[in-house]
Design a protein around this ligand. Structure first.
Ligand code: PMV
Length: 351
């Protein structure tokens, strides 16, 4: 379906810039089929974040004279030779669907507004931004692409770079992976959440506490792989799919407490899988635990709707309704600042 088979004329060079935002999963993707490329073992849903948490990528392409491909990658102006093998593998994977890539050499200049490999999904926003740039090349080759196809294929390509990246192509609530209750959901690319949601979920605050800026102890590719022999994997996949059904009804009804309890449970489920894989890992840091306990205590005392979620790292996302922003943010800065290296204020939108 995504195979590029039209005749095209080559532009000798060009520059494309695209921006993509990171996403935070509510129902987590953790585990993929090991004999197929990036096919998830359960469906997932995320909010694409609204501000301050993005990757901006400039893709410069030149016609290739020699046979071998040359790719140079720069992060915030500094050349990153260590990034090249992953990008080369990505280009290799997608070459069947984007045969035009073989004509070019590339310079990829990328800027992240947040720390790389810190548990904030930089691979999601960067692979998403790069895939959008590639689709812009496809568009420039003279093939008139329908808007739906453009984004669907961008999501399909991004998935081949990093699973969760396929969700960053779209704003708002985004689903990836087949789920029987979600029309159009599938394993090959993400779709926007297709149902109406309660207004409380159209704009919520996500305050991200950076607890640890160092690269993660466990790479997600390794973590997914460990799910193939994980003693609790089967139950986890069933459970994630059940949680998706629960979330569908919560999003409709608008029960923030139920929503919060579900996302906290999902986050702890993900970490439970990481902690019980063989070999086992622990991604949370002492300050992650301090923050979680503080959030729980504050919630009981203040009766405010503030809940956390985590990626496969030590950093914490605190989610709460926009109308409670002022008082909650004040509390975060007064009581949680001490535990974090940095605080990033972002939003989850779904219009
Ligand atoms: O996209 P990957 O392969 O880096 O996997 C990321 C998985 C989690 O961020 C932990 C969960 C998710 O669904 O985003």
């Amino acid at each position: 379906m995504f195979f590029y088979k039209k005749k095209y004329s080559i532009e000798p060079n060009g520059i494309i810039t695209r921006k993509s935002y990171s996403n935070i999963a509510l129902i987590k993707y953790w585990g993929k089929h090991n004999n197929k490329i990036q096919i998830p073992l359960n469906s997932s849903i995320s909010y694409t974040l609204g501000s301050k948490v993005y990757t901006e990528t400039r893709l410069i392409y030149h016609i290739r004279k020699k046979k071998n491909i040359s790719i140079r990658v720069f992060l915030s102006g500094k050349e990153k030779k260590s990034f090249v093998p992953k990008i080369l593998e990505f280009f290799h994977r997608i070459s069947f669907y984007c045969s035009y890539l073989k004509h070019f050499n590339f310079i990829i200049e990328t800027y992240n507004s947040f720390p790389h490999s810190s548990g904030i999904a930089s691979s999601a926003s960067s692979m998403s931004a790069l895939s959008l740039c590639i689709m812009e090349i496809e568009k420039k080759l003279g093939y008139s692409l329908k808007k739906d196809f453009f984004f669907r294929k961008a999501s399909f390509l991004a998935r081949l770079g990093s699973g969760s990246a396929c969700r960053s192509i779209y704003p708002g609530l985004v689903v990836w992976g087949y789920h029987q209750s979600i029309k159009g959901s599938n394993n090959l690319y993400a779709i926007r959440y297709p149902y109406k949601i309660h207004p409380i979920f159209t704009k919520i605050v996500d305050t991200i506490l950076i607890i640890d800026e160092n690269p993660k102890k466990i790479l997600s590719s390794k973590g997914h792989q460990l799910m193939n022999k994980h003693p609790y994997a089967k139950e986890r996949f069933k459970y994630a799919n059940k949680n998706m059904d629960r979330l569908i009804s919560i999003l409709k009804i608008g029960d923030f407490q139920e929503f919060g309890e579900l996302i906290e449970h999902e986050a702890l489920n993900l970490h439970a899988m990481i902690m019980t894989s063989i070999p086992y890992f622990l991604c949370m840091k002492p300050n992650t635990i301090h923050v979680i306990h503080n959030v729980w205590d504050f919630r009981i005392q203040s009766k405010k709707n503030i809940y956390f979620t985590l990626d496969a790292g030590a950093n914490i996302h605190l989610l709460y309704p926009i109308k409670e922003k002022k008082s909650i943010l004040k509390w975060i800065y007064s009581d949680l600042f001490f535990y974090s290296k940095k605080i990033i204020e972002s939003y989850c939108f779904n219009n």
